[in-house]
Design a protein around this ligand. Sequence first.
Ligand code: S3P
Length: 432
Amino acid sequence: MSKTETRTIQPAARLAGEFTVPGDKSISHRAIMFASLAEGQSRVHGLLRGEDCMSTLKAFQQLGIEILDQADDELIIHGRGLRGLQEPNNVIDCGNSGTTMRLMSGILAAQPFFSVLTGDQYLRQRPMKRIIDPLTAMGAKISGRENATKAPLAINGGNLETMEYQSPIASAQVKSALLLAGLQINGTTTVFEPHLSRDHSERMLRSFGAEVAVFPGGARVTGPAHLRAQDVRVPGDISSAAFFLVAGLIVPNSELLIKNVGVNPTRSGVIDILRLMGGSIELTNQRELSGEPVADLLVKSSALQGIDIAGELIPRAIDEFPVISVAAAFAEGVTTIREAKELRVKETDRIAAICETLSALGGNITPLADGMRIEGRETLRGASVRSFGDHRIAMSLAVAALRADAAVSISDTACTETSFPGFWQLLEKIQG
Ligand code: S3P
């Protein structure tokens, strides 16, 4: 299907069903990366087969790693150790994936060869200075477009030194890039961050045998690490489950059971926020899967109230604000989202995209420099809206459409393949 694929979503009377969502995107990227850097054969089960993770997979194949893609949801990765990567003979295309580009930069900055990373039209506009500056301070040689702030990035790797870095932003991509560089060199590299960002790298690196310490305010790694092959089981992505959590809450008479979802506390801000708004979400069957907390999520339609969201909740729900805004659009009273300036530099400027599209549907929403103010109402109206090429905007609009008073048509929806293959089919199934 073409990238401009348009979908029309009808209002839903009720939603019901029991299902799983695809594997966690952040964990899938890391499983491919760390298994490639480990020695021996790793298996990864439940991997997300979205375009973003496929960019990471292809990147490591270009770096000489043998990866067998089994027909089911399993990958077999023949890791060659920290010194086993080969210079790629072509540019590495990270597609739409910020995680691929930023984490790979940390890995490649310490490798003794030349590499070039590029991406699609959206990724080439996203800020890369946040990783280039600290990696350069470690001794990396990275050049890039617009005065070394944007991709394509050219990396002449090798000869890094450890450092202590105080990150101005709570970003797991920045933190992980530096830990991955630090992992490969002699000594201890420390990253401090203003709020705790997702900690999948720290958890998984430890299980691969790296010396990683986590403390209030940051993490440190001591290298060079000897990573040993592991089997990784990837839980369902809470960021994908979030669309169905909000759908289940806002469509009357609904009940959905989403099974096997990762509920790592650094990612579960969306559950806390929706519960604070009055949403009925129950966690059952809580357990651990490859060092990550997992649960089944039972969601029931609920009357929502507006709340103020800021502080540590922001990084814990950073990818969920498009769909949280949809919940707020149907809540009683006002919701404010503050201290979320990072939303301006995601796959698109999500503050601008959410405000334009929810306003077109009749929502009462005002952009703020670092967030949004949303006044809820009973219903939204049908209209034609666009996704801005952003998977999470497209899926959030589909959720809003379920409770509009007429059909909503959304253009440019093929981008949902980035993180959620099968989204549209699942949305249809639970209305059946
Ligand atoms: C991610 C970190 C977050 C998040 C992104 C995935 C990761 O980005 O928004 O979707 O896998 O590390 P930042 O590090 O820019 O906050």
